[in-house]
Design a protein around this ligand. Structure first.
Ligand SMILES: *[C@@H]1O[C@H](CO)[C@@H](O)[C@H](O)[C@H]1NC(C)=O
Ligand SMILES: *[C@@H]1O[C@H](CO)[C@@H](O)[C@H](O)[C@H]1NC(C)=O
Ligand SMILES: *[C@@H]1O[C@H](CO)[C@@H](O)[C@H](O)[C@H]1NC(C)=O
Ligand SMILES: *[C@@H]1O[C@H](CO)[C@@H](O)[C@H](O)[C@H]1NC(C)=O
Ligand SMILES: *[C@@H]1O[C@H](CO)[C@@H](O)[C@H](O)[C@H]1NC(C)=O
Ligand SMILES: *[C@@H]1O[C@H](CO)[C@@H](O)[C@H](O)[C@H]1NC(C)=O
Ligand SMILES: *[C@@H]1O[C@H](CO)[C@@H](O)[C@H](O)[C@H]1NC(C)=O
Ligand SMILES: *[C@@H]1O[C@H](CO)[C@@H](O)[C@H](O)[C@H]1NC(C)=O
Length: 426
């Protein structure tokens, strides 16, 4: 008798715990091939217990806010609307910067932490672009205001949350991006920082094990973009040397790309003048390549200048002239140097496996599947990631079966109740 009861209870527990938890981590600016320039034993350990890709393809432009919001929403920039770290919106007649939390800028996309709370799960964020904004009227169950925090404190806290009742935890770390900007992607200082980040990955894997989360939490670790060598002194394209600056009424961003709005009637002449530079490609808005999925947004200005790799578009001879950064990103997402890393491991992830590269917009769909929740409409494809999802005892593929899940839970509960009733009687 007790043995049968145990079988039933195990069955019930199995049904009730069918949904595993998810931890999404981003290491800003972790270029896909850093791992081949310096030993990263902890990322190797992660690869051994899970799946890795050599790289994934991110979205354009390859900047922190746009790329992270594409990961979180599964949408291209033109659809989620965060088309730069800085931007101007002609309807709002306002500019956006990374500190802007006003919902109206963010409502274009539904990030995973909102998709989760909408469907009754609990989500918590320890930094991520957009995580401090109310989006479509909702917020994560728990979120933190951006600050300078030791990554180990973050890891300790997010794993505690997952040990508690949080279903989805999201975490962002500003390294190794900062070191990449300061020293450049090939510098010894960058390599040191990458090893430091790798040690933090080891700390994370240890914490997951210590807190008995390894069999319950699917970890997805990625980054937003890569990094390339720049030279603000020697590789600069000065707009003032190409056009009369009074022909331009507005500009936004600089470095790898610059948005420009010419004064009325000057579009053609400004476009022609800028096009004389052989170190950047100048697009009229409607000519921006379709494959960037970037142009169909009002925040993209009539002219977009995209610098060649390593070059910087600046306003005039003083602009950025004394800035000593050796690395930058934001360039064409087809460039190898712009591509991010991808790792995943957990109960529903294939072990010791290398997946073919896929797109950063597919990650949203992956997360929804791991969490067994319905996705908001997005530009990703679950087909490109399903090869490394191994959900035991679950229907493979898109799991929009939460209805069926709860019915089977209720049935199991009824069976157990009936059974214990019979036990008591006898
Ligand atoms: C936009 O805002 C600026 C001040 O920030 C103001 O001078 C300008 O008139 C506004 N433009 C429109 C069209 O409202
Ligand atoms: C986060 O972790 C640190 C120790 O690493 C601890 O002192 C702090 O109380 C934790 N905070 C939360 C909110 O859990
Ligand atoms: C993890 O599980 C082991 C064995 O099942 C147990 O001894 C230990 O106390 C658990 N640790 C935590 C933090 O729950
Ligand atoms: C730039 O344009 C302004 C206004 O059209 C004009 O006054 C000025 O002379 C021009 N400067 C040069 C260097 O052509
Ligand atoms: C750049 O540095 C030089 C030398 O220190 C200085 O003379 C110049 O004014 C600086 N330029 C700008 C734009 O800050
Ligand atoms: C990723 O981008 C490269 C170009 O950088 C392209 O050749 C490749 O086909 C892309 N992969 C996928 C899965 O789209
Ligand atoms: C992982 O796979 C490789 C071959 O692809 C094999 O040599 C290695 O032993 C495997 N490691 C583990 C931990 O299974
Ligand atoms: C991306 O998804 C959004 C939302 O479903 C859709 O409006 C847009 O057309 C999609 N973009 C592409 C290129 O398919």
């Amino acid at each position: 008798m007790p043995r049968i009861a145990i079988v039933f209870l195990t069955f019930l527990a199995g049904v009730a715990s069918r949904r595993n938890k998810v931890l999404l981590v981003s290491m800003d600016g972790f270029r896909w091939d850093y791992v081949s320039s310096v030993p990263t034993p902890n990322l190797d350990r992660l690869a051994g217990i899970g799946t890795r890709a050599d790289y994934i393809n991110n979205t354009f432009c390859t900047k922190t806010f746009p790329s992270h919001f594409s990961v979180a929403t599964g949408l291209y920039e033109e659809s989620h609307g965060i088309i730069g770290n800085v931007m101007y919106d002609p309807v709002f007649n306002e500019t956006f910067n990374p500190k802007t939390m006003d919902s109206k800028w963010w409502n274009g996309g539904e990030p995973i932490w909102i998709t989760a709370v909408k469907q009754g799960l609990k989500s918590a964020t320890y930094f991520w672009p957009g995580s401090e904004a109310e989006i479509r009227g909702l917020r994560p169950t728990l979120y933190k205001k951006y600050a300078n925090v030791d990554i180990r404190v973050q890891i300790d806290n997010v794993t505690d949350w997952l040990k508690g009742d949080i279903d989805l935890a999201v975490m962002y770390s500003p390294q190794p991006d900062k070191a990449g900007h300061t020293y450049g992607p090939s510098a010894p200082e960058l390599k040191e920082k990458v090893q430091e980040v790798d040690l933090a990955v080891g700390f994370l894997l240890d914490k997951l094990e210590e807190k008995n989360l390894s069999s319950k939490v699917n970890l997805v670790l990625t980054s937003d973009h890569g990094m390339t060598e720049i030279d603000f002194q020697k590789k600069r394209i000065e707009i003032s040397s190409l056009v009369n600056l009074s022909d331009i009424i507005r500009k936004s961003d600089k470095g790898p790309l610059m948005h420009i709005t010419p004064v009325e009637g000057k579009l053609e002449s400004v476009y022609q003048a800028l096009s004389k530079s052989d170190k950047m490609t100048v697009y009229k808005k409607e000519e921006i390549p379709e494959f960037w999925h970037y142009k169909n947004n009002r925040r993209v200005m009539p002219i977009l200048c995209v610098a060649d790799e390593g070059w910087s578009v600046v306003w005039d001879k003083d602009d950025l002239i004394n800035k000593t950064d050796r690395g930058n990103h934001g360039y064409d997402n087809r460039l190898s140097s712009m591509k991010p890393i991808f790792y995943a491991a957990g109960p529903d992830i294939r072990k010791n496996y290398t997946t073919p590269p896929f797109l950063s917009v597919d990650i949203y769909s992956l997360l929804c599947s791991l969490l067994d929740i319905d996705q908001a409409s997005n530009n990703g494809s679950y087909e490109r990631v399903r090869n490394f999802v191994v959900k035991q005892g679950k229907t493979a593929g898109l799991s929009n079966d939460s209805g069926r899940l709860s019915i089977s839970s209720i049935m199991a509960l009824v069976i157990v109740l009936l059974f214990s009733f019979v036990c008591k009687k006898s």
